[in-house]
Write a protein that binds this ligand. Structure first.
Ligand code: NAD
Length: 358
């Protein structure tokens, strides 16, 4: 079989992680890249010592000149949708970075293009491959917690404010909410089977961002939300890039038979958004009527890193004609919550979440 030909749209920071992971997959070859900053894609391949890979100044130019099978979309958040839709319409499989997009409308357009094309569109939430996240999901899906009625996301960074494209409304769409909040939402929602969001009441703030960057800071540095989900579940969400607190709390799942408390390993981690490792998993339940706590032994992550596992799963799905490993049918709900949080914060009241069926 000839190698799958991969292109990378957006050759900034995270494109390196995609490139390095693809390099370890024998069935693929990265043959081209495109970035709207003139010369940036060409420079990307020069720096990575890849004289045969071609750099272009737009995705259109790349598609016109190079035959591809799949692309990684590594652009800033606001152009994920246009790039993914364009690639799908041109018959390519797509691995798109997180968050899926910046508005629900954009995510719906991506999902529609995916369904119409019959190609794979997978979204880049690599923490799904963490052994402890998987263990937590195994515990929850086993039914050990009984009926789950409340989930609280925890974590958040005490101090971990990015700059550049991440704080500009036009490029990022939202701040910590979209950048790392989407991870927390994916963990919470995936663990309980991605129920449909129904309503959102939320607030968001920018005190620290404005203090550090002035008017250049156009997004949120803290967000909190109360989300009603189908099936009578409440999701209590909090996320921060910077705050005068070490954590917004533990990640907790409350069920009628047991509760699950998940702690971070280190409260000052940049990965306090739960895009990093798990420090402790504690099951709280009654044994013969006595409140009991069971520490669940932590798992080791074996084999390739999480990012590489994400790339491997995408390629495996293409080659073996499997469904998208991180499906948009779920992640549209993640985006719908982010969208609801922004709308609710703007209006100062609870909003309904209406998601077009595809
Ligand atoms: N999965 C992860 O661990 C992880 C980590 C960091 C960033 N990300 C995500 O990756 C994305 C990119 O982040 P980054 O840190 O690489 O940002 P970056 O700003 O370094 O790179 C983005 C690049 O995309 C280019 N670009 C924007 N629109 C384009 C378009 N229409 N066509 C071609 N190029 C375009 C920009 O010019 C820039 O070079 C973000 O959505 C971010 O959330 C994911």
């Amino acid at each position: 079989m000839s190698k799958l030909r991969i292109g990378i749209i957006g050759t900034g920071g995270i494109a390196h992680a995609h490139l390095n992971s693809y390099k370890n997959v024998p069935e693929v070859e990265v043959v081209a890249g495109a970035d709207i900053v003139p010369g940036k894609a060409e420079e990307f391949f020069k720096r990575n010592n890849m004289p045969n890979a071609k750099g272009f100044n737009s995705k259109e130019e790349m598609f016109d000149n190079v035959k591809l099978d799949a692309v990684s979309v590594c652009t800033y958040n606001s152009t994920h949708s246009e790039c993914a839709v364009f690639a799908l319409e041109n018959g390519l499989h797509v691995l798109c970075e997180k968050p899926m997009s910046v508005t629900l409308e954009q995510s719906i357009a991506m999902r529609k293009a995916e369904v119409k094309s019959g190609k794979i569109l997978s979204i880049g939430f690599q923490p799904r491959y963490d052994a402890n996240w998987r263990k937590i999901q195994e515990i929850i899906t086993s039914g050990a917690l009984g009926k789950i009625y409340y989930v609280q996301t925890g974590g958040g960074r005490r101090s971990g404010m990015p700059g550049g494209n991440f704080i500009n409304k036009k490029t990022a769409g939202a701040g910590c909410l979209a950048d790392i909040g989407c991870y927390s939402l994916d963990f919470a929602m995936h663990s309980i089977g991605y129920p449909k969001p129904l309503t959102v009441s939320a607030t968001a703030f920018d005190y620290f961002g404005k203090a550090e960057f002035g008017d250049a800071f156009e997004v949120d540095d803290f967000a909190a939300a109360f989300v009603r989900l189908e099936g009578g579940i409440t999701l209590d969400f909090r996320m921060s890039w910077k705050m005068n607190m070490d954590t917004t709390g533990d990640f907790i799942f409350l069920g009628t038979e047991a509760g699950l408390k998940i702690k971070q390993p280190n409260l000052n981690l940049w990965g306090g958004a739960w895009d990093g490792p798990v420090g402790e998993i504690r099951l709280m339940h009654d044994v013969f009527g006595k409140p009991t706590e069971t520490l669940i032994p932590l798992e080791e992550n074996y084999g390739p890193g999480l990012f590489e596992k994400k790339i491997n799963a995408f390629i495996d799905a293409i080659i073996n004609k499997k469904p998208a490993p991180i499906p948009t049918s779920q992640i549209v709900y993640n985006q719908a919550i982010i969208d609801g949080i922004q709308r609710s914060n703007k209006l100062g009241k609870e909003v309904d979440v209406v998601i077009e069926e595809i």
